[in-house]
Design a protein around this ligand. Structure first.
Ligand SMILES: Cc1cc2nc3c(=O)[nH]c(=O)nc-3n(C[C@H](O)[C@H](O)[C@H](O)COP(=O)(O)OP(=O)(O)OC[C@H]3O[C@@H](n4cnc5c(N)ncnc54)[C@H](O)[C@@H]3O)c2cc1C
Length: 133
């Protein structure tokens, strides 16, 4: 359960977009059997308090908060095989490719690849990012 081929950190625009793209690859020959997860922490997303006005494809006044909720649903509907890990914040990453360990406030996960999609928040930069060869 706690071992991934790719683990995405961050559940906002960048993280959810990465998850949709990776999800679309899981039925391709190179994607078969790969396990992908996303830590869907959204609390500090820059998008959380946004209001979308004059954005192509979005109704004026669309709330960023609603878009984030919609994104989680879109991901689980389109690619239910991607594991969504809720309510966990990454504190630390240890190791190096292909043996990373991602440590959250609740669990730890082994993963070969990491997509860091934590935006401009300083939550992550306050933590330790240790890379050993
Ligand atoms: C005031 C303001 C106005 C903006 N206006 C526009 C605009 O008009 N048009 C436009 O295109 N863009 C605008 N932006 C930029 C837009 O909000 C960002 O480009 C977009 O939200 C970036 O998405 P992201 O996924 O990279 O980062 P974010 O939306 O910031 O998401 C980062 C995610 O990572 C998670 N995260 C952070 N740390 C951790 C951790 N330690 N563990 C787990 N998860 C973590 C957060 O909870 C969050 O879900 C604006 C931004 C701001 C602040």
């Amino acid at each position: 359960m706690n071992e991934f081929n790719t683990l995405i950190i961050g559940g906002s625009a960048a993280g959810l977009s990465s998850a949709l793209i990776l999800g679309s690859a899981l039925d391709k020959p190179f994607g078969i059997g790969k396990k992908v997860g996303i830590i869907t922490h959204q609390k500090s997303a820059a998008l959380q308090n946004a209001e979308l006005n004059n954005v192509l494809g979005f109704k004026k006044g669309t709330k960023g908060e609603d878009l984030l909720k919609f994104g989680l649903g879109q991901l689980s509907e389109n690619y239910p095989e991607i594991i969504q890990i809720e309510k966990e914040k990454v504190l630390k990453i240890e190791g190096a490719y292909p043996n990373f360990t991602v440590i959250t406030n609740k669990n730890s996960y082994k993963t070969k690849n990491i997509v860091v999609a934590v935006g401009p928040s300083n939550l992550f930069s306050r933590t330790y990012f240790i890379t050993r060869r």
